[in-house]
Design a protein around this ligand. Structure first.
Ligand code: SF4
Length: 243
């Protein structure tokens, strides 16, 4: 195990300089084995491109905790896909994170909060369950890439995330890189990709991308919202999410 410096942004910058250029799978192995052994998780939506990182995890650490936000609003196809992929890849530590029963009763008793206040719904069903769960870890992997949206275009591989370190092994990958990886390893894609979905989240808030838009343009269509809130500044450490 390496002596990982504190989690200030300058320390995270040092990690980025030392390890940020590693190949994605090597980086995952290094982070799991040397940087944050037993203290790191992968957060996965089992969405359109998730299979690439899940496959790497299965090769370097099949017992890596994989945190899945079970919002209660997923497509049936996503839940079925998740079951198949976990079994196929031999992932042994997939953990569902659900919103609290008390929160649902108080804030979304009829399940329609997403239509009235999407930010509040994401806070209830995604942000708060995730950040409660992350209290048990020092670092987490995400599948975010710079080519996905303008707001992600300058993202580092290692990011400071409150008390934790966020690692984006695919930050420099393009959609072509992901497609090639999936093809090379003969991996099963989310079935809705075939149906034209470029980014897949909760069913009420996911559509096919707009003409000329990026892959995530089908998320929260008609709203200015582009992120669920788990990657926005201000969300770590239980602070109020910015969206
Ligand atoms: S994506 Fe939509 S349904 Fe899912 S948590 Fe956010 S607002 Fe709610």
């Amino acid at each position: 195990m390496l002596d990982v410096p504190g989690r200030t942004s300058s320390a995270v910058g040092a990690l980025d300089r030392l390890f940020g250029a590693m190949a994605a799978e090597d980086l995952m192995a290094t982070a799991c084995r040397d940087l944050f052994p037993g203290r790191i998780a992968l957060v996965s939506s089992f969405g359109a491109d998730s299979i690439a990182l899940l496959h790497m995890a299965s090769r370097v650490a099949p017992d890596l905790p994989v945190l899945f936000l079970e919002t209660g609003k997923h497509f049936a196809q996503t839940l079925a896909y998740r079951e198949r992929i976990v079994a196929k890849l031999g992932l042994t530590n997939v953990i569902d994170l659900a919103p609290s029963a008390e929160g649902l009763a108080a804030e979304d008793p009829d399940g329609t909060l997403h239509a009235r206040d999407a930010d509040a719904c994401c806070s209830l069903r995604k942000v708060r369950p995730l950040y409660d769960a992350l209290k048990g870890y020092d670092a987490w992997f995400t599948g975010r890439r710079r080519d996905q949206t303008f707001s992600r275009s300058r993202m580092a591989v290692f990011e400071a995330d409150g008390e934790r370190t966020k690692i984006n092994p695919l930050a420099g990958w393009t959609q072509d890189d992901v497609d090639l990886y999936i093809w090379r390893h003969e991996l099963e894609r989310h079935p809705l990709v075939e149906a034209g979905y470029g980014s897949i989240g909760c069913e009420p808030c996911t559509s096919r991308p707009v003409a000329g838009g990026d892959a995530r343009s089908g998320r929260w269509q008609g709203l200015s919202k582009t992120e669920c809130g788990i990657h926005l500044p201000g969300t770590p450490n239980g602070a109020t999410p910015a969206s």
